[in-house]
Design a protein around this ligand. Structure first.
Ligand SMILES: *[C@@H]1O[C@H](CO)[C@@H](O)[C@H](O)[C@H]1NC(C)=O
Ligand SMILES: *[C@@H]1O[C@H](CO)[C@@H](O)[C@H](O)[C@H]1NC(C)=O
Ligand SMILES: *[C@@H]1O[C@H](CO)[C@@H](O)[C@H](O)[C@H]1NC(C)=O
Ligand SMILES: *[C@@H]1O[C@H](CO)[C@@H](O)[C@H](O)[C@H]1NC(C)=O
Length: 206
């Protein structure tokens, strides 16, 4: 018998709390638990320009996995969903988008029969520094920062010292000097080159 293990694990690990959803992936290869609170928007607005994925979901099934918001949960950059009216065979269009209802207020478009559910976005306050990526809903702080290589820390606020953690590519005969966001290499005395490549003087004895 074929068991859809990933799906059943997901079902076990999702909980609905205080109008918000909490999901802790059982496979662990994610960013930890995610919790999202969706708010239904008034009217028939469905901003289209932020949509990055569309699926059709059958109606009339009570399974949580047939909910468009559940699909949003599974995509780490998803912030809101547009749900279309049912078609003749009972399917609804589910649009996943990274529309932020607090930042893009004016961008709403009316689309007949559509419903917009937008999540509270903890990334709105741009807590992630140095061009890092902010993902909404993860950790106790309700966001997680994905740091570029040259920064670390919860909010990517700390310069990474490449000279100490040995991620630099200076030559063995070079000195590494950590700088904000980067590092420099300079060849030690008696060697020439750009610091990545240092060559010694050739001594000829006759
Ligand atoms: C409704 O949508 C589903 C999913 O895309 C599709 O398979 C079906 O043919 C559609 N029905 C009609 C009547 O358009
Ligand atoms: C290391 O880098 C800092 C910051 O750029 C600079 O002030 C310092 O002079 C450098 N030290 C060496 C040994 O190059
Ligand atoms: C940090 O790394 C990024 C990506 O490589 C680079 O664009 C940026 O200039 C670096 N920051 C500094 C301060 O050097
Ligand atoms: C280092 O420099 C030498 C001399 O210019 C050159 O022959 C060699 O290919 C260089 N090595 C690397 C890894 O760039």
């Amino acid at each position: 018998m074929k068991i859809p293990s990933k799906l059943s694990l997901s079902l076990l690990s999702i909980a609905v709390l205080w109008g918000g959803w909490l999901h802790c992936p059982a496979d662990g290869n994610d960013f930890g638990c995610r919790s999202l609170r969706f708010k239904r928007s008034e009217g028939e607005c469905a901003p289209q320009r932020y949509v990055f994925k569309e699926i059709y979901l059958p109606m009339g099934k009570e399974l949580m996995t047939h909910d468009c918001r559940y699909e949003c949960f599974m995509e780490s950059n998803c912030l809101s969903v547009n749900i279309g009216p049912p078609n003749e065979t009972g399917f609804r269009l589910c649009q996943l988008s990274n529309f932020d209802h607090t930042q893009h207020r004016e961008d709403k478009e009316i689309r007949k029969g559509f419903i917009l559910w937008a999540s509270e976005n903890s990334c709105t306050s741009t807590p992630c520094l140095h061009d890092s990526t902010c993902l909404n809903g993860y950790t106790d702080k309700r966001y997680i920062c994905l740091c570029p290589d040259n920064y670390t820390g919860e909010n990517c606020e700390k310069d990474r010292n490449e000279c100490i953690d040995n991620s630099h590519d200076c030559h063995a005969k070079a000195v590494c000097n950590n700088t904000e966001g980067s590092f420099t290499c300079s060849c030690t005395e008696g060697y020439q080159g750009n610091g990545r490549n240092c060559t010694g003087e050739i001594h000829r004895y006759s």
